[in-house]
Design a protein. Structure first.
Length: 273
């Protein structure tokens, strides 16, 4: 159960320069601790700008953004906000600093003033969580795209953030890498971390609890995956699982209304045999 609000936006407008059209317009929403929220929309809809507002990379032109009870408008709050909000970007190569995987994961901890003993412990723990411990002495450029993304995530979870934002983190991965990333996101969500994923991958939406859809700088949908795929003119091609479920239901096969992952659909069909 999600009880406490960790993010709130009140009457938020954003544009890069005065006189330009609004990139985001009149955004009002709250996100609860431990929620998994997927954010979708076409290119230029404002979703990546929205993500950058959540850790103070951008500041609103108008309105208020509060994260973990702190306003991003107060510059003194930004260090604490960014410590609690990790961001995984589209291209993991842009996030690497260390000469080896181990060095890279340790970088943020070193900057935070963590003791060497604790730092080594956290590096090993975070690399173990993402199944990359055997690669800790490898140079990052020798890794696959999926492995690089997992190392980037290890560097973030080593700092124990409350919120992780994935800004189109799966867009440069192959299908196997995307599956591995979603599995890792599920693990982090089970640990109580708030997941906010900016994505074009409709299959990922099946794992989220809530979908926020942007269009032309406005929120045009905010609700469950089930409701989204039942909404006409949602500008999306439904995932294969959803299309198959709808076809089976139209043929009279009794299936539950809620959205289904591949595993859930198979489980329901097996129960009917």
């Amino acid at each position: 159960m999600h009880l406490d609000t960790c993010i709130s936006l009140s009457d938020v407008f954003f544009r890069h320069n005065d006189g330009q059209e609004w990139t985001l317009e009149n955004i009002n929403l709250t996100i609860k601790e431990g929620e998994w929220v997927s954010v979708i929309g076409p290119n230029g809809s404002g979703k990546s700008t929205f993500a950058k507002l959540l850790n103070g990379l951008y500041l609103p032109s108008e309105g208020i953004v509060n994260v973990i009870g702190l306003s991003t408008a107060n510059e003194a709050n930004l260090i604490n906000i960014r410590r609690e909000v990790g961001m995984v970007f589209q291209n993991p190569d842009n996030q690497f600093i260390g000469a080896t995987v181990e060095d890279d994961v340790a970088f943020g901890l070193e900057n935070a003033g963590i003791s060497r003993e604790m730092m080594l412990k956290k590096v090993n723990e975070s690399l173990t969580k993402v199944d990359m411990l055997p690669f800790k002495e490898i140079e990052p450029h020798r890794l696959s795209g999926g492995q690089k993304q997992r190392v980037a995530i290890a560097g973030i979870i080593a700092l124990s953030p409350k919120i992780i934002i994935f800004d189109e983190a799966s867009s440069m991965l192959d299908p196997k890498g995307r599956i591995q990333l979603i599995s890792l996101m599920q693990d982090l969500h089970r640990e109580g971390i708030t997941i906010i994923s900016i994505t074009h991958d409709v299959n990922e939406l099946l794992f989220a609890e809530r979908i926020i859809q942007f269009k032309d700088g406005n929120i045009v949908f905010d609700g469950s995956p089930t409701k989204l795929f039942l909404t006409e003119n949602n500008y999306l091609d439904a995932p294969f699982t959803v299309q198959l479920k709808q076809l089976l239901k139209s043929r009279g096969i009794p299936l539950r209304e809620q959205h289904l992952t591949h595993e859930e659909l198979i489980d329901d069909l097996c129960k009917l045999i």
